[in-house]
Design a protein around this ligand. Structure first.
Ligand code: GLU
Length: 417
C-alpha cells in the first residue's frame, strides 16, 4: 500500500479497524494517530490498509520575505505574534508521544493561514516553553519585546502563551505596559493535531482583536464548548477555570470586554475599554519578585508567615476564606509582617465576590494587624500587582492606596454575580 506521513488511512486487522493519520515510526509497525488522540501501532503483516485521504500539502511560510512583500500590497494592519510556547505553539513529539512546545510563530502562521487575510503577520519567538516554566523576569522580558514591536510599527500584538499561567503573564503585562494598540494573549487547550483543537479559532479571533480598536492587554479564548465565539477578557480579570475544556477561561467578578463571533468575525463589546491611540507607549517593567501568595487552610501553621518574613520577602498576599479570613492564630504574624514593613494583602479563595474584613471580629482584627483588603481582585492578580507596586518603590501607605484602587480594571466598583 502506498501511503506517506500525514496521510489518513484505515487499517483492518484481525477484525479490528484503526483509522487515523500516519505518524513517523522507528519500528516496522504502521503508527496512526486516531481521532481519540491516541496512537496505535499495527504490524502491517496480514493487514488491509486503505488510503482515505492524502496529507494536506505544506503551506508556504506566510512570514517569508516573498509572502510579506505580497501582503504589503494588501494594506493590512501589521500584527506581530510573539510566541512563548504552550499548546498553541506545540505539536506531538514523535519520540515520546508527549505534546511539547516546538513551533515558532512562523509555524503558527503556517498552520493557520487564515490569519494572514486579517493582518500582515510577522513572528518572533521570545520563549519556547510550557507556561509552568515562566518566571517573573520572563514577564519583564516579554513586556520589553512587546514594547519593541510596537515601537517598530506593530498595529497589534498577539502573545501566544501556554494556558496554565497565561493569567499571570496577562496581569503582569497589564500593569507593566500602557500601549496605543491591542496586546492580545491567546492559547489553546488542545494541540493542533487533535480534531477538537481550539488553536485555529482562538488565533483567528485573537487576530481580529489585535487589529481592532481595543487597546487593552486582553485574553482571547473560546467562550463555550461550541465553535461559535471567543470571549475577550481583561488581562486582570480572567482565570483558567477548567483543566481541559476549551471554554476554560472566564472573567471573574466582571463580564468580558466583549466577544468575537466566529462566523461573522464581528466584535461586539459590552464593557468599556481603552481605545486605540489613547495612550502613548509606556513601559514600566520593574517588579519585586520576592512576593508570595499563601493559601490559608484550616489548621495551617502560622509559622509559614514567619518563614516568609525571615527569609526576606517583601510582600505577602493571603488567599483567605470567605470574606477574607484566617484563623486568629495567624493574626499576630500578620502584625509582625506589617510592622516589619511587609504589606499583607487579603484576598479570598471564593474568587467570586469581594473581600470585606469589617463584618466579623476576625476580619476586624486582621485589619487592625495592618492587612490590606484586596477588594474583588483575583489572588494571583493581587500578587502580580503587589510585585509591580513594590517595584515602583512605593511605601506602605502608597501600597495600601494602590492595592485598593483599580489601576488596570483589576478591581470592579460593584461586584457582579
Ligand atoms: N501546561 C502547558 C502550558 O501552560 C500546556 C497547557 C496549554 O498550553 O494549554 O504551557
Amino acid at each position: 500500500m502506498d501511503f506517506e506521513l500525514g496521510d489518513r488511512i484505515r487499517i483492518e486487522k484481525d477484525g479490528n479497524v484503526y483509522e487515523g493519520i500516519v505518524m513517523p515510526t522507528t519500528t516496522n509497525h504502521v503508527v496512526v494517530k486516531m481521532n481519540s488522540g491516541y496512537n496505535a501501532g499495527i504490524d502491517p503483516e496480514g493487514a488491509t490498509i486503505t488510503l482515505l485521504e492524502k496529507a494536506r500539502p505544506k503551506q508556504p511560510k506566510a512570514s517569508s520575505k516573498k509572502e510579506k512583500e505580497a501582503k504589503q500590497g494588501k494594506k493590512l494592519p501589521n500584527v506581530t505574534i510573539l510566541s512563548t510556547g504552550g499548546t498553541i505553539a506545540s505539536k506531538v513529539d514523535y519520540r515520546t508521544g508527549a505534546v511539547t512546545a516546538q513551533f515558532s510563530a512562523d509555524d503558527i502562521v503556517e498552520a493557520i493561514p487564515e490569519i494572514t487575510e486579517i493582518a500582515n503577520i510577522s513572528g518572533r519567538v521570545v520563549y519556547n516553553i510550557l507556561s509552568e516554566n515562566m518566571k517573573t523576569e520572563y514577564w519583564a522580558e516579554l513586556a520589553r519585546a512587546v514594547a519593541e514591536e510596537i515601537e517598530n510599527g506593530a498595529d497589534g500584538i498577539i502573545v501566544a502563551h501556554g494556558t496554565d499561567t497565561m493569567m499571570y503573564s496577562a496581569a503582569a503585562l497589564s500593569f507593566m505596559l500602557k500601549a496605543p494598540v491591542p496586546i492580545v494573549f491567546v492559547g489553546s487547550q488542545r494541540s493542533a493535531d487533535r480534531p477538537s483543537s481550539d488553536n485555529a479559532m482562538n488565533a483567528i479571533c485573537a487576530t481580529k482583536v489585535a487589529v481592532s480598536d481595543i487597546a487593552e492587554v486582553c485574553v482571547v479564548m473560546h467562550d463555550s464548548t461550541c465553535d461559535d465565539r471567543c470571549a475577550i477578557h481583561y488581562g486582570t480579570k480572567v482565570r483558567k477555570m477548567h483543566t481541559s475544556r476549551r471554554d476554560a477561561f472566564q472573567s471573574i467578578n466582571s463580564d468580558p470586554i466583549g466577544y468575537v463571533d466566529y462566523s461573522t468575525k464581528k466584535i461586539e463589546t459590552i464593557l468599556p475599554y481603552t481605545k486605540r491611540d489613547t495612550h502613548k507607549l509606556e513601559l514600566n517593567a520593574t517588579l519585586e519578585p520576592k512576593c508570595t501568595l499563601v493559601k490559608f487552610v484550616p489548621g495551617a501553621d502560622p509559622e509559614i508567615l514567619n518563614y516568609y518574613i525571615d527569609s526576606g520577602y517583601k510582600g505577602i498576599v493571603i488567599e483567605g476564606t470567605g470574606l477574607g479570613h484566617v484563623s486568629t492564630e495567624w493574626i499576630p504574624n500578620i502584625k509582625r509582617a506589617t510592622e516589619a514593613g511587609i504589606p499583607v494583602v487579603m484576598t479570598s479563595q471564593c474568587l467570586n465576590g469581594r473581600v470585606c474584613d469589617r463584618v466579623y471580629d476576625t476580619g476586624r482584627d486582621i485589619l487592625k494587624a495592618g492587612a490590606i483588603e484586596g477588594e474583588d481582585m483575583l489572588p494571583e492578580v493581587a500578587l502580580v500587582k503587589l510585585m509591580w507596586a513594590l517595584g515602583q518603590g512605593s511605601d506602605m501607605s502608597e501600597i495600601a492606596e494602590l492595592m485598593s484602587t483599580s489601576v488596570e480594571n483589576e478591581i470592579t466598583e460593584c461586584t457582579l454575580k
